[in-house]
Design a protein around this ligand. Structure first.
Ligand code: TYM
Length: 329
């Protein structure tokens, strides 16, 4: 069975973008792959987080993993910081990454372009740690949204570099990016990605948004003057985004949705999108409330960490021997 690995970095509440671009795919794939899904809590602290909020976000994220359908019997679910081998491999891979490669990472470049102050060294080297997350487990596939593809490509380059420099050690992973829903856009600025750190809070739907709040956000989504429900990302980015959201969640092809709303107003279309989104959120939230205080989270994390640690430890030992820093047989 091929192995798959992915993670989410809960620097805030999980969003509909995280769900469509990543989480729901993890759930779909867990029957056919050996699945490893973790919470990237080390990646979270590359930017300062209020500790109390961070704890809540992490617990909520695990509960949401389960509420969205990840099954601990099928998938290994764990916290990144519980497998220290991952961080250690991260350091070793940082030593095989060139600064030029990190300088080219879009997420880092965006932060620089925005002239954000006090960018941490952790944020800069984060793609090397992400490579370690993937390579520690010899993942064949990494299901991610569009924005993380570049990081998985770096992981491929580092795996190949290491394999060539020493001898075959790492599986070279492949990013898996869905055709529809890989980049859900902000509802208020549909040319920008929907993101956890949405400043106005109106462009982003959080999985734990109250249902009337989520409905209001969809009804207030930016559209255009063309008055036609059609998929045209250049001229109608807002409508195209709503079409992607609806199609991803309902499974109805975009062309069929367009045909169904031919000659109808945007109000009617948005109401249908809001219905689909709110149904999805309601189902997730019902399960989330059952899980969050049930006591099962600690057990899931402990079992997951034990399974993950065993694999990552073996890989780290192998790597350390090849590099020459481990001298015992
Ligand atoms: P993060 O937390 O930013 O995002 C988690 C996943 O959600 C996807 N995603 C989206 N997909 C569609 N539309 C959006 N608007 C949207 N926003 C986010 C992301 O592409 C991602 O798949 N560095 C990673 C976490 C990570 C990781 C890993 C992932 C750390 N180590 C190893 C895979 C493998 C991150 O910050 O994702």
């Amino acid at each position: 069975m091929k192995r798959m690995l992915s993670g989410i970095k809960p620097t805030g509440q999980l969003t509909l973008g995280n769900y469509i671009g990543a989480l729901r795919n993890f759930v779909k794939y867990q029957d056919d792959y050996e699945m490893f899904v973790f919470i990237a809590n080390l990646h979270c602290v590359t930017v300062y987080q209020d500790p109390k909020e961070l704890r809540k976000n992490l617990k909520d994220a695990i509960a949401l993993y389960l509420a969205c359908g990840l099954d601990p019997e099928k998938s290994t679910i764990f916290l990144q910081s519980d497998v220290m081998e991952q961080a250690q491999l991260g350091f070793l891979l940082t030593c095989t990454t060139y600064m030029g490669e990190l300088n080219r990472m879009t997420q880092f470049k965006d932060k620089l372009a925005k002239q954000e102050k006090n960018i941490t060294a952790g944020l800069y080297v984060y793609p090397s740690l992400m490579a370690a997350d993937i390579l520690a487990y010899d993942a064949d596939y990494v299901p991610v949204g569009d924005d993380q593809k570049q990081h998985v490509e770096l992981a491929r380059d580092l795996a190949e570099r290491f394999n060539n420099r020493y001898s075959p050690t790492f599986t070279v992973p492949e990013p898996l990016v869905a055709k529809v829903g890989a980049r859900i856009m902000s509802l208020t600025e549909p040319t920008k990605k929907m993101s956890k750190s949405d400043e106005t809070n109106k462009g982003c739907i959080y999985l734990l948004d109250e249902i009337p709040v989520a409905r209001k956000k969809i009804m207030g989504a930016v559209t255009d003057m063309l008055a036609k429900v059609q998929y045209d990302k250049v001229n109608q980015p807002g409508i195209s985004n709503l079409l992607e959201i609806m199609s991803s969640l309902s499974g109805e092809p975009i062309e069929d949705i367009c045909a169904r709303f031919e000659g109808k107003g945007y109000g009617e279309f948005k109401k249908a999108v809001a219905d689909v989104v709110c149904d999805t959120l309601q189902q997730i939230q019902d399960r989330y409330h059952e899980i969050i205080n049930s006591g099962q989270i600690d057990k899931v994390l402990e079992d997951g960490a034990n399974k993950a640690r065993y694999i990552a430890h073996k890989k780290l030992m192998k790597v350390q021997k090849k590099i020459g820093i481990e001298i015992r047989k």
